[in-house]
Design a protein. Structure first.
Length: 348
């Protein structure tokens, strides 16, 4: 299939397709028995991400089961910190663990020039997925590459892992703004390399996940979310014009419009908190909407799932849109509910 005819690429080119294309954040994950079987073959989560065969297999599993319109590379947001030379481990039930970057010495130890070499296994996985989508008969499926946006990756790097409020990160941004700006600038450089290499390996769309954008006050949102993302978008368009870019500034709320106008992303992920009806009444900059079903409605299934899905589809009607969740699939999701959702969207 000619790539310009793929549903996801058409809607990112501002074509209002109906029914809309559908894929789901974390569509490859623990809710699938086939994922758990593959996960058992790897020593740890980082090894799983760094094995091209296993990462490609996990990327393809939900495509084979549900026929989604997009496959998103199986990886994780802090991988780029590892590519920069920061030690990264995963502890079961705790997520990523990293030595915190909170001073000039720790920042100086990072090596952006080593990113392209470090990510070789990830690029091999991209090539495998692109090849297998074609050979397995999924020519209409678009391959999405992704990275964590600079602020969100900085949160993991400074905090040393996950957190409920990323207090150390936010404090560093206020207390040592020049140091924090240097970290963000380094991450912009590394992220451009990371995503450009994914595109060269076969990714047809790239997505920037700013999962923690919403924890920033307005005074810092533009500086640490909008400007860095806009710089990445500009650099990628210079290197790979025509490749669509989706941004996901989770919990940005009313600042969504500022984000789209300031970054010029082609598509914007909308989290569960966004009221689509109110958003439609605003002077919203041109961008394809993506979202925004509550993952727990997917867990519930039945009438709740049907009602929530119908409401989103009603708000989407007549505009370029991609059906997705407002955050990632949770592990307790019954796989049959995902099949039910796909059927609801495709029957719209």
């Amino acid at each position: 299939m000619d790539s310009v005819r793929k549903p996801l690429l058409r809607t990112l080119a501002r074509e209002p397709l109906w029914p809309p294309p559908i894929w789901l954040m974390r569509q490859a994950g623990r809710y699938l028995p086939e994922y758990r079987a593959v996960r058992a073959k790897a020593a740890d989560f980082l090894s799983l991400c760094m094995s091209p065969d296993l990462a490609a297999e996990l990327t393809l599993q939900p495509i084979r089961r549900y026929g989604f319109d997009a496959a998103i590379l199986f990886s994780d947001l802090p991988i780029i910190s590892w590519a920069l030379g920061q030690r990264l481990t995963y502890r079961e039930g705790e997520g990523p663990i990293l030595p915190p970057v909170r001073d000039a010495a720790a920042l100086a130890a990072l090596r952006p020039e080593g990113v392209a070499t470090a990510i070789t296994p990830i690029l091999d996985a991209v090539r495998l997925v692109r090849q297998r989508l074609s050979t397995e008969g999924f020519e209409a499926c678009t391959l999405i590459g992704f990275a964590g946006a600079p602020f969100t990756v900085a949160c993991y790097m400074v905090e040393g892992g996950g957190s409920r409020d990323f207090a150390a990160t936010r404090t560093l941004a206020f207390r040592e703004p020049m140091l924090f700006d240097q970290l963000i600038g380094l991450l912009v450089e590394a992220t451009v390399t990371y995503l450009a290499c994914q595109i060269e390996a076969g990714a047809e769309v790239v997505m920037l996940f700013d999962s923690w954008a919403g924890i920033l006050p307005s005074s810092q949102f533009h500086r640490h979310v909008v400007e860095p993302t806009g710089n990445i978008v500009k650099a990628l368009r210079q290197r790979h014009p025509g490749v669509p870019i989706i941004g996901f500034p989770r919990l940005a709320g009313l600042r969504i419009g500022e984000y789209v106008a300031g970054t010029l992303v082609d598509g914007v992920g909308l989290d569960t908190s966004i009221d689509l009806g109110l958003l439609a009444q605003t002077a919203f900059p041109p961008a394809t909407w993506q979202g925004n079903l509550d993952p727990l409605a997917l867990v519930a299934g039945g009438e709740a799932l049907r009602m929530e899905t119908d409401q989103i589809l009603g708000a989407f009607k007549g505009r370029p849109c991609i059906f997705n969740l407002g955050h990632g699939i949770v592990p307790q999701t019954p796989p049959e509910h995902v099949a039910e959702l796909v059927e609801l969207v495709r029957a719209a």
